[in-house]
Design a protein around this ligand. Structure first.
Ligand code: ATR
Length: 279
């Protein structure tokens, strides 16, 4: 029986949780596959991706700094990847071609659903970086009609608003000072900045004007319980942590590599969290 092989390409790649995550699923389902950490320098990305079919690999995930550059290398792209402007998954087709896709928007949406969030109209998004692009696509596809983006550098928020506004979804940029007012009619508050991450400045934001019915989610997952989520829970909001986005974005990749849609379970979460504290 052939052993399916996949991996994650990054530079550096040692920080990636993906090998442990996919390794957990391979063991859990008794699949004889392998998922490797592949340290690939930017100048070697084209050759490394092009070599995948000859190496008999099923595909790879991509992490920093390859997600945008790889778009120009693959033979085909799915529509979501095109909208987001980045790919995090490359699969080798039966014809030996490279197909690029992006599962970050899917992961964000699935994490919300798994956390009990059933949908809404208005979202307030903090941050206008790469992560925000996938989140905007997820929110539009979930049927949000109004997204406000707050960012330290307002021009980046304005650029995203311009790029992603559709007839069904109005997207506007708001300044950091306008956050309290923008919160008033918000169903979902998302932190997509790096603020609050271990080693980064804290996210200092008051939730006083946020309706108690609103859900709060953070893409930061180290620490798992960010100050934002803590504050939200204390005020009675549904709070959804960011680890789930990482776990759910990996599901379609695992399915593509190894032929089974894996489950996100409390055991998986505990395994990854325990591991992280050791290292
Ligand atoms: P990612 O791909 O993870 O989104 P990024 O593109 O570097 O990473 O974006 C980081 C986000 O965190 C941006 O919205 C950034 O705001 P700027 O566009 O103004 O840089 C935000 N961010 C990072 N550090 C910040 C800080 N100290 N204060 C406010 N916002 C910050």
């Amino acid at each position: 029986m052939s052993v399916f092989v996949a991996g994650v390409m990054g530079w550096p790649v040692s920080h990636s949780l993906s090998p442990r995550l996919h390794g957990f699923w391979l063991r859990a389902y008794g699949i004889s596959g392998r998922y490797d950490a592949l340290a690939v320098q930017p100048e070697n990305l084209t050759a490394s991706l092009r070599a995948l079919p000859q190496q008999g690999m099923r595909g790879v995930n991509l992490t920093v700094p390859h997600k945008e550059a790889a778009m120009k290398i693959v033979d085909s792209l799915d529509d979501t990847a095109r909208r987001i402007g980045a790919i995090n998954l490359v699969t080798v087709t039966d014809e030996g071609k490279l197909h690029g896709s992006n599962t970050d928007a899917y992961g964000f949406g699935e994490n919300l659903t798994a956390g009990g969030f059933s949908g809404g109209h208005s979202a307030l998004l903090l941050g206008a970086g790469g992560a925000s692009r996938a989140i905007i696509v997820a929110l539009i596809d979930k049927g949000f009609g109004d997204i406000r983006i707050a960012n330290r550098t307002i021009e980046r928020a304005q650029k995203l608003a311009q790029e992603f506004t559709t007839p069904q979804c109005r997207i506007t940029a708001v300044t950091w000072d306008e956050i309290p007012a923008a919160m008033r009619e918000t169903d979902l508050l998302v932190n997509a900045t790096s603020l609050g991450m271990r080693g980064q400045p804290p996210l200092e934001i008051a939730l006083d004007t946020l309706p108690v019915s609103a859900t709060v989610t953070d893409i930061v997952y180290a620490p798992l319980e960010t100050a934002l989520l803590q504050q939200a829970r204390q005020r009675g909001h549904r709070a959804i942590d960011g680890l789930g986005m990482l776990l759910h974005q990996a599901r379609p990749a695992f399915a593509a590599f190894f032929g089974r849609d894996p489950e996100v379970t409390p055991e998986l979460r505990a395994y990854l969290l325990a591991d992280r504290q050791e290292t």
